[in-house]
Design a protein around this ligand. Structure first.
Ligand code: HEM
Length: 497
């Protein structure tokens, strides 16, 4: 056979197999919830605006209902686009919806050797261990508060040095928030000037940025093509490598000085567990899962909380009246002593403010895709095990039946007519169901202590008029990334009460 005939034969085989796959996909479509007809190769991606994926999904839900199917290439994804849809699935069928779909930007690096992107027994075991260990270090309890307070104090002192002149607070926030989870994972905080520490937190932030850009999104959808195309998405693996190398060195240090009766941090606890597992060949505890679990806790614990705090700064500048109301409550309830997490019970406006920051900034607009762990009935459809599911939290947080003007920042959304805190089922920044964020208790405490400490010490002023401050996220996929900004933190005069 000559060269041209060979090329023609190969092309015919390729086109036939593509057509066969496409026909299979169309046949499968009728068994899934409704949705737009997919095209060969790209699926329904032509209907998605990569600068605002969430908006495209919300628009599609207007036409196809609150449970519908889109196609990432040939992969069907069932989208859950209302509180009702999320409740019927993630909550009412929690076990069935507890899987996590393969996500190249994480899974290619961690190989599912950690609790965020693993499944089955491995996920259950690693998640249970992580939550138990966080609990043993007092996370979410009073004993942990002191660490958070100390860190908020360091941040205050660092910010005070600017003496009210405009600064970009981004890296200060990032390092300080990161130190809280570092104190659990690595047993101690780091000096803000520590260059290795600076490098790893910057890697976290860079990955959040790239993963939320169209490059990161395309990499997650077409990994087999994007791996060979140059672009910023390659930084994701490089950044993870820097963080993992750092953790590996810490692990080696810990191994040399380990005292099994006196674990200092998450790494020590993991090493002790490894020892206990001994020669058990089926164990999930090995040096690789140690590094990857430490990495995922450090990564999630640094990135999402610091992003929320950056939005808090922006919103405090944009809404000086709200900031003053929160401050007034701090003055009345806490005065000038250090805040305690228990104070929140007497501070409904401050709590409502923090809830509203989380609702409005909606830092995790799309829950990382879940995956069905078994064939499951959803309304009139039997959806197959292994199908990817994408819950859209934006719909819940911007639901007009629950929030008067959802696009407006309004802490009163979480207050009743007696100005008492009103909790809402439609508030789920940490998601719901079996994979609900395991860092929730830590994050809630962290946000309260940081925000009250900073407001106790500073008036938040913007160098530009409040109406010119943009709070529109610049990246909207993995997380909502806030725009860069400058702030003047004017030290408050210390009054004797
Ligand atoms: C304001 C701060 C935070 C927010 C808004 C947040 C939000 C979320 C959301 C929406 C998920 C997805 C859950 C799902 O699949 O349904 C998640 C998962 C996760 N978060 Fe957080 N998170 C925050 C802080 C933290 C912290 C401080 C840690 C570390 C202690 C952490 C560790 C994780 C991990 C490991 C997962 C994966 C859990 C699993 O797959 O089982 N997060 N988070």
């Amino acid at each position: 056979m000559d060269f041209y005939s060979l090329v023609i034969v190969l092309l015919v085989i390729l086109i036939t197999s593509m057509m066969a796959n496409y026909v299979k996909l169309l046949l499968g479509k009728s068994k899934l919830p409704p949705g737009p007809t997919p095209l060969p190769i790209i699926g329904t991606l032509h209907l998605i605006n990569f600068n605002d994926i969430v908006k495209s999904l919300l628009d599609l839900s207007k036409k196809y209902g609150d449970i519908f199917t889109v196609y990432e290439g040939s992969k069907p994804v069932v989208v859950l686009c209302s509180y009702k849809a999320i409740k019927e699935t993630l909550i009412d069928k929690a076990e069935e919806f507890s899987g996590r779909a393969y996500r190249p930007s994480f899974s290619d690096f961690t190989k599912g050797d950690e609790l965020g992107f693993s499944n089955g027994e491995k996920w259950k075991e690693l998640r249970h261990f992580a939550m138990l260990t966080l609990g043993n270090f007092g996370v979410g309890k009073q004993s942990f508060e002191e660490r958070v307070r100390v860190e908020a104090g360091y941040l205050t002192e660092t910010l005070r040095k600017a003496n009210g002149s405009p600064i970009d607070p981004n890296y200060h926030i990032l390092r300080s928030v990161s130190n809280v989870i570092c104190s659990v994972v690595f047993g101690s905080r780091f000096e803000y000037e520590d260059e290795n520490f600076q490098r790893i937190v910057e890697c976290v932030q860079d990955n959040f940025r790239v993963m939320s850009s169209r490059w990161g999104v395309l990499f997650d959808i077409f990994p087999n093509i994007m791996r060979y195309i140059p672009g910023p998405h390659h930084a994701i693996m490089e950044n993870f490598t820097v963080i993992a190398d750092f953790i590996r060195l810490k692990m080696e240090d810990n191994m040399k000085t380990l005292d099994s009766n006196n674990p200092r941090d998450f790494i020590d606890c993991f090493l002790i567990k490894m020892e206990k597992e001994g020669k058990n060949k089926a164990t999930f505890y090995n040096t690789n899962t140690l590094v990857m679990n430490s990495l995922i806790l450090f990564f999630a614990g640094t990135g999402v909380s610091s992003t929320t705090l950056r939005f808090t700064f922006l919103l405090l500048m944009k809404h000086p009246n709200v900031a003053e109301k929160v401050y007034k409550e701090i003055e009345d309830v806490i005065g000038q002593r250090p805040p305690s997490f228990e104070d929140r019970y007497n501070m409904p406006y401050t709590e409502a403010f923090i809830y509203e920051v989380q609702r409005f900034s909606n830092v995790a607009p799309l829950v990382p895709q879940r995956e069905l762990t078994m064939d499951t009935q959803v309304r009139n459809y039997i959806i197959k095990k292994g199908t990817a599911v994408s819950p859209v939290l934006t719909h819940v947080h911007k639901d007009k039946t629950q929030f008067n003007d959802p696009e407006k920042f309004e802490p009163n959304n979480f207050l009743d007519e007696n100005e008492k805190l009103r909790k809402k089922e439609y508030f789920m920044p940490f998601s719901v169901g079996k994979r609900i964020c395991p860092g929730k208790n830590l994050a809630v405490m962290e946000l309260f202590i940081f925000i009250t400490t900073l407001l106790q010490n500073f008036t938040f002023k913007s160098p530009v008029p409040p109406e010119k401050i943009s709070v529109t996220p610049v990246g909207v996929a993995f997380v909502n990334v806030p725009p860069n900004f400058e702030i003047c933190l004017i030290p408050r005069a210390r009054s004797e009460k």
